[in-house]
Design a protein around this ligand. Sequence first.
Ligand code: FES
Ligand code: FES
Length: 204
Amino acid sequence: MDDKKGKGVSRRDFLKRVGAGSVGAAVISKGLLDAPGADAYPTEAVEPAKGRSIVSLKVNGKAYRIEVQHRQTLAEVLRDELGLTGTRIGCDRGECGACTVIIDGRNMYSCSQLAVWMSGKEILTVEGLAKGDKLDPIQQAFIDHDGPQCGFCTSGQIMSGKALLLRNPSPSEAQARRALSGNLCRCGNYNREVEAVLAAAKAR
Ligand code: FES
Ligand code: FES
């Protein structure tokens, strides 16, 4: 992406693709047992296959019961079972932050969390930020401040920034920089990413 109004995919379209799409229950793989809401969970016992467990969790406000393999990470389940590919996998070993999501209000590496640990958790991914066509202020601020360059780290940066703003609506620059310190950007675009978080705080 060369500029905000460049040819091809605009930054806004890009951010919407990585973040604003909603994934409905109907498109979810057979690992999903039920989806529409917590009250709609089947009450009968369902026996999981060997090496698997059934996990009840909320993702972007929707309740799910999912049969997961014990070795599957949260990042894998989000991407492969729920189709939420806005969560990236970079290193897959807790070093880069590309897979950052918010779990019960805290930003965490989803590649370093097993899906079976997620029972009862509320998870927010980048897809859960926008309300319809309206981007979350932090998504808009990343567009306005050229936060995405190649874009690979962007959803993780946004989620770490969002978690900061949830616990501290008016962070200082130092606090914003520290909040993003677990998110590596191979494009070295750190100053703009920090600017975007601070701008989102003002917009709020
Ligand atoms: S993919 Fe999770 S920290 Fe790099
Ligand atoms: S924008 Fe390219 S890795 Fe951060």
